[in-house]
Design a protein around this ligand. Structure first.
Ligand SMILES: O=C[C@H](O)[C@H](O)[C@H](O)COP(=O)(O)O
Length: 230
């Protein structure tokens, strides 16, 4: 699984802390990224110890890891509820708005995280910020990349087509689409940008997760700090 910056020990603490919330019979959304991976591994160990749980994967990567650690999987369309989703973030603001999509998995993550009765974000301290200000990943239909680029510029953003690292050309998402990383500077009001992006034709999903997270579990050297939405 692709890693990002931040301490792996802090990510592990956060991931394992969130995995401890899972109880017998739960259906759990399995986020993508290096922090959520710690939760998936912890759940695999809990299954070995007798926990009855089913996971809903948010990407090929989280599905493959769940299989590797023996965590039973179920398709999103085959469940009537998701009790808890555990997912990472690229940035978390003071009011628990998120930027996600560093691994280009945000489209399916948003479906699963939003469907969960409880959405728990796991992070290391490097992800915390007062105001979101990272580039916002925007998944676009390949044919719409030029029109979406123009729309992003009209919103005062600067879009960059995400390039693949070990392949010539762009990143192609699990859904067969492309990603524009859009720099809008600081986002004091991410909700209005989220609406503008969501209503742009050709946008499949953007990486702003506003009013979705219920809790953030941040791993520290001496434990885990939990922040809950008011
Ligand atoms: O597309 C990827 C996801 O949104 C990840 O959850 C996010 O990028 C955070 O990943 P990591 O835990 O590796 O920093």
């Amino acid at each position: 699984m692709k890693t990002s910056g931040g301490s792996d020990a802090a990510k592990r603490r956060a991931g394992e802390h969130a995995a401890d919330l899972v109880t017998d019979g739960d259906v759990v959304g399995l986020g993508t990224g290096s922090t959520a991976a710690h939760a998936i591994r912890a759940l695999g160990r809990a299954v070995d110890a007798g926990l009855d749980v089913q996971g809903v994967a948010t990407s090929y990567a989280s599905r493959d890891l769940a299989r590797e650690v023996g965590l039973p999987l179920v398709e999103l369309g085959a469940v009537s509820r998701i009790d808890l989703a555990i997912d990472g973030a690229d940035q978390v603001s003071d009011d628990l708005a998120l930027i996600k999509g560093g691994g280009a998995a945000h489209a399916r993550e948003k479906v699963v995280d939003a469907a969960a009765a409880r959405f728990v974000v796991v992070a290391d301290p490097s992800k915390e910020t007062a105001t979101l200000d990272r580039s916002v990943p925007v998944e676009v239909l390949p044919d719409a990349r030029a029109t979406v680029r123009r729309a992003v510029r009209d919103l005062d953003g600067e879009p960059t087509l995400r390039a693949a690292e070990r392949k010539d050309g762009p990143v192609v998402t699990d859904n067969g689409n492309l990603v524009l990383d859009c720099d809008f500077g600081a986002l004091p009001d991410p909700g209005s940008l989220a609406t503008a992006l969501a209503t742009t034709p050709g946008v499949v999903a953007h990486g702003l997760f506003v009013d979705l997270a219920d809790e953030v579990h941040v791993g520290h050297a001496d434990g885990v700090r939990v922040r809950a939405r008011d």
